[in-house]
Design a protein around this ligand. Structure first.
Ligand SMILES: NC(=O)c1ccc[n+]([C@@H]2O[C@H](COP(=O)([O-])OP(=O)(O)OC[C@H]3O[C@@H](n4cnc5c(N)ncnc54)[C@H](OP(=O)(O)O)[C@@H]3O)[C@@H](O)[C@H]2O)c1
Length: 251
């Protein structure tokens, strides 16, 4: 078996802790440490492991990378973080997978600039399933531009806004945002459905989120694919389409 990729994870909130569950159990990766903003009263480890959870108020990224070297950094923290680790990542050639959902234009330009010196992947939506759904829907839209398209999204009762993923699906398929129907009920984690209405048939592409660990599965996929790339700036789509193309050519 090839050597494990040594990974550092920044962000240990709702998403980061679920991602840590997945990466720490994946034999392809050696999750060496987790960094968060706030300090803990006593040394903290990810449950059931010896992976330290370290406060960035107590150790800088420079110290962290020096003490526990990694090949890759996965970011589930906040948009500001990239500016604190960016130059270290650049200098050391560390691969970066950033899952931050909302970067400003300046943040994104900075992330792109890191791609000149190392491998960078930014994905505002990192679940494998949703990205696959979008790629498949895009293909079907090309094949059948005459079909009616409707998008249905369902989420827990308290979610106020229209799902960003549903809006992204509408944009990708070049359909009006009016074609999105939002339902709010109970505790649904996340349901997205793209319905293609043909004259004599209907195609439904459906994705259901079950647990936040799905973000970890996406990050693991992104890391594996990014490890095969040259320095540069990539999206999740780039990785998925590269793989699909290779599969189609093989077949
Ligand atoms: N791409 C995707 O599909 C996807 C999916 C889910 C989430 N996300 C993104 O992931 C990020 C985290 O989401 P969440 O729901 O887990 O939020 P959260 O529960 O609020 O957790 C945020 C975590 O990041 C840490 N943090 C915040 N600012 C930091 C900084 N400047 N430096 C280092 N650590 C910092 C926090 O540290 P403390 O614990 O010390 O407060 C906390 O551990 C958000 O940007 C969200 O949009 C993306």
């Amino acid at each position: 078996m090839s050597q494990k990729i040594r990974v550092g994870l920044v962000g240990y909130g709702k998403a980061g802790s679920a991602v840590a569950n997945v990466l720490s159990a994946d034999p392809r990766y050696d999750l060496r440490w987790i960094a968060r903003r706030s300090p803990a009263a006593e040394p903290q480890f990810h449950p059931g492991t010896e992976i330290p959870v370290i406060s960035l108020e107590q150790k800088s990224f420079e110290e962290l990378f020096g003490q526990y070297p990694v090949d890759a950094l996965v970011d589930f923290s906040s948009p500001a973080s990239i500016h604190t680790y960016g130059e270290e990542v650049r200098k050391r050639g560390i691969m970066l997978v950033s899952a931050i959902s909302v970067y400003s234009e300046e943040d994104m330009a900075y992330a792109r600039s890191l791609g000149r010196d190392t491998r960078v992947l930014c994905s505002p939506n990192i679940t494998l399933g949703i990205n696959f759904l979008i790629a498949a829907a895009k293909l079907l839209r090309k094949i059948a531009p005459f079909a009616d398209v409707e998008i249905v999204e369902q989420h827990f009762r308290e979610k106020p806004e229209v799902s960003g993923t549903a809006r992204r699906i509408a944009e990708t398929l070049d359909v009006d945002g009016e074609r999105i129907t939002s339902l709010r009920l109970g505790g649904i984690v996340g349901h997205h459905e793209v319905i293609f209405g043909f004259p004599h048939q209907t195609v439904r592409l459906t994705h259901d989120s079950i647990r936040r660990e799905a973000f970890g599965t996406g990050a693991a996929f992104a890391l594996e694919q990014l490890a095969r790339c040259d320095n540069g700036f990539y999206s999740f789509d780039d990785m998925l389409l590269r793989m699909m193309r290779a599969e189609l050519l093989e077949g």
